[in-house]
Ligand binder design. Structure first.
Ligand code: MF3
Ligand code: CO
Length: 266
């Protein structure tokens, strides 16, 4: 596991802020009729406009800037002429390189009105990330995070995908450690300041078994049940855990407000 210094974490923060900003913009484009390739074209153009380079394009031969995974697709869906439809859920996974550092994040969006099951699945993926992130502190064990994700997902009657994992990220897209989204707590390496990790629960409404489609990339649930994916790049800094791939919410100064402050404002 690589321990990055404050300057390196600052560089990772900058690349992840490009990812976060563009994901925010993509979120505003999602609507029935939009082709997944249009999302991809927008993301690539904006990435270059902001001085960064798409991280996935060309990675092991992957052909696009985004992975766009609809409904039973878990991850690695290839953008195409497919048009989004009302009721779909669509996972958008996006990475860039800026000044030698990778940023990597994914969100799952609802297209218009979606079923209660789809909504609960998407919310659970995000909450599973949050519960995992809440375990990140100096001295914790890596699998404390994994266990928290699994418990959150299974409490809803959903399952965690086992074939794919989160990962260290920094000067390379994939670094040690691998971060499973399941397992007993209290195992694995201890978390230390300087770690940068991509935490990415992938979950399914049905079983966790996976199939890869004939395009060689798209991972789908074997039972074709709905799947959702949520990913942030996080860092354990000297002053504590931080989500690098999130844009600041609107606030008086445009800065993160202290928690007490947020609560006071409701
Ligand atoms: N977020 C994914 C990951 O961490 C995206 C990789 S897609 C690939 O692996 F095309 F680059 F492989
Ligand atoms: Co990732």
């Amino acid at each position: 596991m690589i321990i990055y210094n404050d300057d390196e974490i600052a560089a990772a923060r900058r690349s992840n802020q490009v990812v976060a900003r563009i994901l925010d913009e993509l979120a505003g484009m999602i609507k029935p009729g939009l082709r997944t390739r249009e999302l991809d074209a927008y993301a690539e153009a904006r990435t270059r406009e902001l001085g960064a380079v798409p991280a996935f394009k060309g990675y092991r031969g992957y052909p696009a800037t985004l992975c766009v995974s609809v409904n039973e697709e878990i991850i690695h869906g290839i953008p195409s002429n497919r048009a989004l439809r009302e009721g779909d859920i669509v996972g958008v996974d996006f990475g860039v390189v800026l000044d030698g550092f990778y940023g990597d994040a994914a969100r799952t969006f609802a297209v218009g009105d979606v079923s209660p099951l789809a909504r609960r699945l998407v919310e659970t993926a995000e909450r599973a990330f949050a519960k995992g992130f809440a375990e990140v502190r100096d001295g914790a064990r890596l699998s404390d995070l994994s266990h928290a994700v699994q418990a959150t997902v299974e409490a809803e009657g959903f399952s965690v995908i086992r074939q794919f994992v989160g990962h260290g990220v920094g000067r390379a897209l994939h670094e040690d450690p691998q971060i499973p989204n399941f397992g007993a707590s209290g195992r694995g390496p201890r978390l230390r300041p300087g770690l940068i990790l991509a935490v990415e629960p992938m979950i399914a409404a049905g079983g966790w078994e996976v199939e890869i489609l004939d395009d060689g990339w798209t991972a789908v649930t074997a039972d074709r049940s709905l799947s959702a994916h949520f990913e942030h790049t996080i860092a354990l800094t000297a002053s504590g855990p931080e989500i690098l791939s999130r844009t600041a919410p609107p606030g008086p100064s445009g800065m993160w407000m202290a928690k007490e402050n947020r609560n006071a404002q409701g």
